[in-house]
Design a protein around this ligand. Sequence first.
Ligand SMILES: [Zn+2]
Length: 232
Amino acid sequence: MKFELEESNRGILDEELLEDMRRSAKALGRETITIAEYEERGKAHPSTIQRRFGSWTKALKLAGLQPSRSKIGITDDELFENIKTLWISLGRQPRYDEVKAPSSKFSAGTYEKRFGSWSKALGRFVAWVNSDSPDQPQQNVEEEQSAAGSTVQIASAKRSTRREISDRQRFRILVRDGFRCKSCGASPLMKPGVELHVDHILPWSKGGETADDNLETKCKQCNLGKGNAFNA
Ligand SMILES: [Zn+2]
């Protein structure tokens, strides 16, 4: 269904081409469209549009679409998730010049554009990490009661947190504990392959809350070794 801009097609108005770009972008639910995407969905051939308007970017602009897809449709959450991943891989706060491929999915420039500066982005990130407060009550109490058998009495006490540790809370604890096992000090930053877990100090099944002060970082070995200290 493509039509090329041959002699016979010169009558197609600029506006028709631009409208077709808008239509195609809209069909994708976006404010922009790539050449490859348009080639699949558009009525005209992308090269027709490029020739007519000088470049794809110029055509996007004339159509009132966004200049490129890369910075569109990225949510703040995705940007923050990327900082979290970067932070974990470095074991510390990423520096401006470290925010680049391949370790970072987004460039420092993307953060500057969104938040004004890298340090502002970090400020927003910290707020994002801390905004995940453990305030969803009592969701797993029933399950826990049936699974925990004899501990039903204790577990049925009112809970102010749910059992699950969120990603952001896990991150907070890792940062607080310096990405080290609280028992033996092992850290993946010193020794690749060390696996860190964030777990309850007083187990949730024993009434321990999923609160920062009842969570700690342990390496996999120590975490498994901790065994049943509380179940003895
Ligand atoms: Zn350990």
